[in-house]
Design a protein. Structure first.
Length: 313
């Protein structure tokens, strides 16, 4: 087989700067030639040729300057290098392919070929001035998300809630380990933090709706039949059926628009109500503790599907 051809060595910064100097000299010479021919009254054909040479020299100079500029690796932000995937002498970008042919044996021809492809994993940087959370949400929840929504983040190893803002929601789905469709979400952490580290796992809840100064009850307390929606209002030892108008429901909490007042106590089906012999007597009790069993308060800040796992910060 014929020997394999090797790709040319990559240009060095020194050779790139030399090429830039040569291109500058060529451009200056083209300028001088055009000025000289114009002053000498050269023909239009000659002047046109000079103009063409000047344009070509200027293009070559621009490319040479850009090559020198591109030879210097710069980051778009300040930070710390966390991974280097290239080494001195590596060729970045592009590819080269060469082929050689061998001799014939037994009346047949054989051909061998070789190819070389260059690639790079690049350099990774991390910054402590700005953190983002890369997470996913199920397809059922992505329609409720939009840029600018507030996010409550719970990073591993951090006791306080960290706040953030939805920065971007993917429009194309991917699949998780179970094969379900999920959408990538980028959350920007609010402010500067000195207790967060790049690569930390976290969970987050997106606040998609918030309502203040509303009455709420436990969702199981709200019942319905042919006559409408109602709750069982507890008044001392008696229970009275009261029609209610409900609003939004988020899991175990339901908004009540009409029919109840703050401080009312409602009965939750499935929970027995303690009774006693009288005020202050033995056995006198209260309604069992149940989230939202009373009426009043503020509508919770509901997460999307109970929060979504974060892929790091």
């Amino acid at each position: 087989a014929a020997p394999r051809a090797r790709p040319p060595p990559p240009p060095t910064p020194t050779s790139l700067r030399a090429a830039r100097s040569a291109a500058l000299s060529t451009w200056e010479a083209a300028q001088a030639q055009l000025a000289e021919d114009a002053e000498a009254g050269a023909s239009d054909v000659q002047l046109a040729a000079d103009q063409t040479a000047l344009v070509a020299a200027r293009t070559a100079l621009i490319e040479a300057r850009q090559a020198v500029e591109d030879a210097t690796l710069r980051a778009s932000f300040g930070g710390t290098v966390t991974q280097v995937g290239i080494q001195r002498g590596d060729v970045l970008g592009g590819s080269a392919t060469s082929a050689g042919s061998g001799g014939s044996t037994g009346g047949g021809a054989t051909t061998s070929s070789a190819s070389t492809t260059t690639s790079s994993t690049g350099i990774s940087l991390a910054t402590t001035d700005r953190f983002v959370l890369e997470a996913t949400v199920p397809a059922a929840d992505v329609g409720r998300l939009q840029d600018g929504l507030q996010v409550e983040i719970t990073p591993s190893g951090v006791s306080d809630v960290v706040y953030g803002t939805v920065e971007d929601v993917a429009r194309v789905a991917s699949t998780d380990s179970a094969g379900a469709a999920v959408f990538a979400v980028t959350v920007e952490v609010t402010g500067r933090r000195d207790d967060l580290y790049a690569g930390t796992d976290a969970e987050a809840s997106v606040i998609v709706s918030q309502t203040a100064d509303v009455l709420t009850v436990s969702t199981p307390a709200v019942q319905s039949d042919d006559e409408g929606t109602y709750v069982d209002l507890v008044d001392g030892e008696s229970v009275e059926r009261v029609a209610v108008e409900t609003g939004e429901t988020y899991g175990m909490t339901t908004e009540v628009l009409a029919g109840l007042e703050e401080g009312d106590v409602v009965e939750v089906p499935g929970f027995s109500r303690p009774v006693g012999s009288g005020s202050g007597g033995e056995g006198q009790g209260q309604m069992p503790s149940f989230p939202g069993g009373g009426v009043g308060g503020e509508m919770p800040q509901p997460p999307t599907g109970g929060g979504f796992p974060g892929g790091g910060q």
